[in-house]
Design a protein around this ligand. Structure first.
Ligand SMILES: Cc1cc2nc3c(=O)[nH]c(=O)nc-3n(C[C@H](O)[C@H](O)[C@H](O)COP(=O)(O)O)c2cc1C
Length: 320
C-alpha cells in the first residue's frame, strides 16, 4: 500500500539537485513526497559489498534523514538479477521504490535503461514483475510518453503492463525521450493516462507556479503533481501550492528570502557528504532571476570552498 501523502505536490527526482539537504528543505516547505536522485542498481550492489566489510549500511552511500519520510528511492538499470538484488538491499531503508523509465541522457539509454525501455515491452514486463516480487514495499514508475514523435503514445501500453504487474503509481512527464526538454509537456497525455488507469497518476512537466499546479489537476484529473525545475532554488513553491489549494492565495517571497533559504540549505548540507560542485550548482539556482545574478553566478563558478561561497552569497544581499 502507498503511504499517506501530506500534500498533492511532490518533489521530482533530479540528479545532482535533489540531494538530501534540498529534499529535506522541500519536505519542510510542504512537499508531500520526495524522491532520491536516480541510482544505478549495479553501484548499489557494489557499494553494499564494500560497506558490509566495514559493518556499515547502504545509508552511507544513499544519504537521507527520517524527517524526509515518506521517502522514495529511484532506481535505474535493467539487468533483472541485479534489479531484484538492489531492490532487496534498499527496501529496509525506504518507503517506496520508484523505477526510472524516462531518463533521456544517452549514457543511460545506451545501456538499455531510462527512457529507452519504453519501446521494450517484454523486458519492461519482466522488470516490473521482478521488482514487485522482490520486495513488499510499493513499486512506482516514472515514465516519459514515448521515445520519438512517431512513438509518442508508448505510455499507453507501458501503463497497462505496469498496472497488470502490480505497480502502484505512475508519474508521467509527457515529453518524448528525443524531445529532451524542448517544446511543452503535453498535459493531454496526463489526462488520457488518468482516464485509462485505476492506480494514482502523478502529472509532471512545466509546473512553475501554484496556478500551474492547480490547472494541471483541474485539466487532467491527476491525483498528484510532481515538480522539478520549478522547485530548483525555490523550495517555497510547495508551501505556495498547499496554501493556494487551501485558501486560493499564497505568500510571495523576495530575493532576500531566497538567499536566506540558500543559507538554510547550506546549513543542512553539513550533515551530508554532498559534493561542493553540487552545492555551487544549488547556489546558482537560488540566485536565478536576481538583480546582478549573472555577476554573482560567475563568482560562484570560480569559488573554491564553502567559506568563499558563503562570502559571495552574503554579498548578494547588497545587490538583491
Ligand atoms: C537536473 C535534472 C536532473 C534530473 N534527474 C532525474 C532523475 O534522476 N530521475 C528522473 O526520473 N528524472 C530526472 N529529471 C527529470 C525530472 O524529474 C522531471 O521529470 C522533469 O524535469 C520535468 O519536470 P519539470 O518540468 O517540473 O522540471 C531530471 C531533471 C533535471 C532538470
Amino acid at each position: 500500500m502507498l503511504p499517506k501523502f501530506s500534500s498533492r505536490a511532490f518533489l521530482a527526482p533530479m540528479a545532482g539537485v535533489s540531494d538530501p539537504a534540498l529534499r529535506l528543505q522541500c519536505k519542510q516547505m510542504g512537499a508531500g513526497l520526495v524522491v532520491t536522485e536516480f541510482t544505478n542498481i549495479h553501484s548499489i550492489i557494489a557499494k553494499e559489498n564494500q560497506l558490509k566489510e566495514k559493518m556499515q549500511t547502504i545509508q552511507e552511500f544513499i544519504e537521507y534523514s527520517d524527517q524526509e519520510r515518506p521517502l522514495s528511492i529511484q532506481l535505474f538499470g535493467s539487468d533483472l538479477f541485479a534489479l531484484g538484488k538492489a531492490a532487496k538491499i534498499v527496501e529496509p531503508y525506504f518507503d517506496m521504490i520508484d523505477y526510472n523509465m524516462g531518463c533521456p541522457a544517452p549514457h543511460i539509454t545506451q545501456q538499455m535503461a531510462g527512457g529507452a525501455l519504453l519501446q521494450e515491452v517484454n523486458l519492461t514486463q519482466q522488470i516490473f514483475s521482478t521488482l514487485v516480487n522482490a520486495v513488499k514495499k510499493p513499486i512506482t514508475l516514472k515514465i516519459r510518453s514515448g521515445v520519438t514523435d512517431a512513438s509518442k503514445f508508448l505510455f499507453r501500453k507501458i501503463a497497462e503492463i505496469a498496472e497488470d504487474e502490480g505497480i502502484q503509481m505512475i508519474t508521467l512527464h509527457p515529453r518524448t525521450v528525443s524531445q529532451g526538454y524542448s517544446g511543452n509537456a503535453d498535459w493531454n497525455m496526463i489526462k488520457e493516462l488518468k482516464e485509462i488507469s485505476s492506480i494514482p497518476i502523478v502529472g509532471n512537466g512545466d509546473i512553475i507556479s501554484p496556478e500551474d499546479a492547480k490547472t494541471m489537476i483541474d485539466e487532467t484529473g491527476c491525483d498528484y503533481v510532481m515538480i522539478g525545475r520549478g522547485a530548483m532554488g525555490n523550495p517555497f513553491l510547495f508551501e505556495q501550492i498547499n496554501d493556494y489549494f487551501r485558501t486560493n492565495s499564497y505568500n510571495e517571497y523576495s530575493f532576500k528570502d531566497r538567499l536566506d533559504s540558500f543559507f538554510d540549505y547550506l546549513h543542512l548540507t553539513s550533515e551530508y557528504k554532498i559534493k561542493f560542485a553540487n552545492i555551487k550548482g544549488q547556489a546558482m539556482r537560488f540566485t536565478k532571476g536576481m538583480n546582478g545574478g549573472s555577476k554573482i553566478r560567475s563568482k560562484i563558478t570560480i569559488s573554491k570552498n564553502i567559506k568563499e561561497l558563503e562570502r559571495i552569497m552574503n554579498d548578494a544581499y547588497m545587490v538583491s
